[in-house]
Design a protein. Structure first.
Length: 166
């Protein structure tokens, strides 16, 4: 096995395991919505960044289907978005919320940089890192707004009929 294959295998074991351990059962519906929405955003943005040469994948899991790294886009980034939503400082000051956004964007960038240094899964440029920073910042903001909208419907239903989802 190459270092790329070992890394992919570890990512596919680690992130689902973290989700199983840390996601509470009463928030599964909310966090599945976060996972899927962030996944859709990541696919769309990554295809555009790849098209313009700002993101380049080395080892491709599905070379005939896409030119982006499937595992990072499909499991790693959406899983991090789940933890972003899970631990979001809802009732804190704006400064702390801004730092929270920054922390999670930098966490993803750190993973990208480490993967690009130690494997051939991603090739990075300075402009790629900068565009990825703004890309993920926008994705987290959009995902947060979406999930607030998504949950607002549940709050309205709860207040009208005593409905609670499990």
């Amino acid at each position: 096995m190459t270092i790329d294959q070992i890394t992919l295998l570890l990512l596919w074991i680690l992130f689902p395991l973290l989700l199983l351990i840390f996601v509470p059962k009463d928030r599964i519906r909310e966090l599945v919505a976060v996972f899927l929405y962030f996944h859709a955003l990541t696919w769309a943005f990554s295809i555009v960044l790849t098209h313009y040469g700002l993101l380049q994948a080395g080892t491709l899991e599905f070379p005939h289907a896409t030119k982006i790294n499937f595992s990072l886009e499909y499991i790693v980034y959406p899983s991090i978005a789940v933890f972003f939503q899970l631990w979001f400082p809802e009732h804190r000051c704006r400064r702390l919320k801004a730092l929270y956004y920054l922390f999670f964007v930098l966490l993803i960038l750190t993973i990208i940089i480490l993967v690009s240094i130690f494997t051939n899964l991603i090739f990075l440029t300075v402009s790629g890192v900068i565009s990825s920073f703004f890309n993920f910042l926008i994705e987290f903001v959009l995902c947060r707004k979406f999930i607030q909208w998504f949950l607002r419907g549940d709050l309205i239903l709860e207040s009208r009929s005593g409905y609670e989802y499990e």
